[in-house]
Write a protein that binds this ligand. Structure first.
Ligand SMILES: [Fe+2]
Length: 477
């Protein structure tokens, strides 16, 4: 009943019962073997990104897990932690969720590792993202094979834009994983992504290729490789890679939208807008109804990039606005909010209703009423500038947009996401500079185009920006 198919050779993975968890020194305070196996099943799905349809995917398996032992503390850690990593729910707005999180602190008779897991999830839920990471690292020092702590930390570092720890958190435990471990290859895929975010593309490709040799459906390793091609300007290699392996990575529905987004980016780079729009319409737009934050930001990011290139996206923003609007008070991540804001500013609905004012008031109220958490700092130090910059750009106040965004450019990694994802803000700044009226902002644009071109030489998109700059401004005077 709880069988999970191994992606590589279609053999059953042996899910751990209570004794097996104990044998791995990861004892849990349930005596229910069914719960222990279901817990392992969800973890396999989380790590591999491929859902177990036999149990109804992650959602279905979590439901079975809750029913099997409602008092199993680690089951609640897993369930709430996954909600938090989805970045779609917050205890600030959701009383039911807040109660669930508060109950984590009321568990009695847990072992030291379980208590730390509860503590980390409560910290993350209360916007203390770095404290949560410290707690997960505390677990990993003593329990390097605790894959759940590692995955939560990996995701959290990604949301903090902490490239070093996306890599090194995995690097610290990698030697503990032997080939016989189900996750041996997947950890290499995770490490590959960390290497890529540290701009170590050759090494990242080596690890990602090894991961994919072991598990061709490893969507995260595919993703790491897609990033390398993106950052190196190897668009043709990227397109060929995504096309030739599509049947493997598209099985991972939780990441497929994002991997299609990467594929579309290559075409945007090349100026092949019809092909990119085709991927948007056939894949991204179809998958965004999942409501997953990652899918929503991908859709908004892609539409915004089309508009920077002068592509008419017609009424495509309307769908994204409808999905984003219920999240107007979220303020879980500046990265998410800024993409939601793009949709508010790009639709007739958003223009008719003064959504941007409602949004900015909500942001300011959040900052005014929040304690000095990690998230508060990111919103107050970076978010407000970024949001004001977006609003100014959409209102064609390009000098204002430049002057809001440029001061946060060099710290923008702290809003989270990857280099490739945050490039939408680099493009926003460049497009603002190019269309500015003030000499210093126009000249800044040229400097930033030079900066961009030297980092990624083979970039038709940067070349088009240079052409646009030259068409608008012929000299530095
Ligand atoms: Fe990505």
């Amino acid at each position: 009943m709880y069988k999970l198919l191994n992606n590589k050779n279609k053999m059953d993975v042996h899910l751990k019962d209570c004794q097996a968890w104990k044998d791995e020194k990861l004892e849990m305070s349930t005596t229910n073997n069914e719960s222990a196996k279901l817990f392992d099943d969800v973890i396999h799905q989380y790590v591999t990104w491929v859902e177990n349809d036999q149990n109804g995917g992650i959602e279905g398996t979590l439901k079975l897990l809750r029913e099997s032992d409602p008092n199993f503390a680690m089951s609640n850690v897993l369930s709430i932690g996954l909600e938090l990593m989805g970045t779609g729910r917050t205890v600030r707005l959701d009383t039911e969720f807040r109660t669930q999180v508060e109950n984590l602190s009321k568990n009695k008779n847990l072992n030291e590792r379980e208590n730390l897991h509860c503590k980390a999830v409560v910290q993350f839920a209360n916007d203390e993202y770095y404290k949560a990471c410290d707690t997960w690292e505390e677990i990993l020092v003593n329990y390097p094979n605790d894959i759940l702590a590692l995955k939560f930390a990996h995701d959290a570092y990604f949301y903090l834009g902490n490239s070093t720890m996306i890599r090194d958190s995995v690097g610290r435990v990698l030697p503990h994983y032997k080939l016989s471990n189900d996750f041996y290859g997947y950890l290499r895929g995770m490490y590959a992504f960390g290497l890529e975010e540290m701009n170590l593309y050759d090494l990242a490709l080596k690890y990602a290729t090894e991961a994919l040799t072991l598990n061709p459906t490893d969507c995260w390793a595919t993703h790491a490789k897609a990033h390398c091609f993106e950052m190196n300007g190897q668009t043709n290699q990227g397109i060929n890679f995504m096309k030739s392996t599509e049947n493997d990575w598209s099985k991972g529905a939780m990441l497929a939208c994002h991997n299609y987004w990467h594929w579309a980016l290559y075409h945007v780079e090349k100026g092949e807008y019809d092909l990119a729009l085709g991927i948007y319409d056939q894949q991204v737009s179809q998958r965004v109804s999942s409501g997953a934050a990652l899918d929503i930001v991908d859709a908004a990011s892609l539409l915004q990039r089309f508009e920077f290139q002068g592509v008419n996206v017609e009424d495509r923003w309307e769908q994204i606005y409808d999905i984003c609007r219920p999240h107007i008070d979220d303020h879980i991540m500046v990265f998410n909010d800024s993409h939601f804001l793009m949709s508010y500013l790009s639709t007739n609905k958003g223009k008719d209703e003064p959504t941007k004012k409602i949004f900015m008031k909500s942001v300011n109220d959040f900052i005014k009423n929040s304690e000095a958490t990690t998230n508060y700092n990111i919103f107050s130090d970076l978010g407000v500038n970024l949001f004001q910059g977006l609003i100014a750009y959409k209102e064609k106040r390009f000098d204002d947009a430049t002057e809001f965004i440029y001061p946060v450019k060099n710290n923008i990694q702290k809003i989270g996401g990857s280099h490739a994802q945050r490039d939408v803000f680099n493009q926003l700044l460049l497009m603002s500079c190019i269309q500015s009226k003030k000499k210093e902002n126009i000249n800044l644009g040229l400097s930033l185009i030079h900066e961009r071109k030297l980092v990624k030489e083979d970039s038709p998109l940067t070349d088009r920006m240079m052409s646009k700059w030259l068409a608008c401004h012929t000299t530095l005077d």
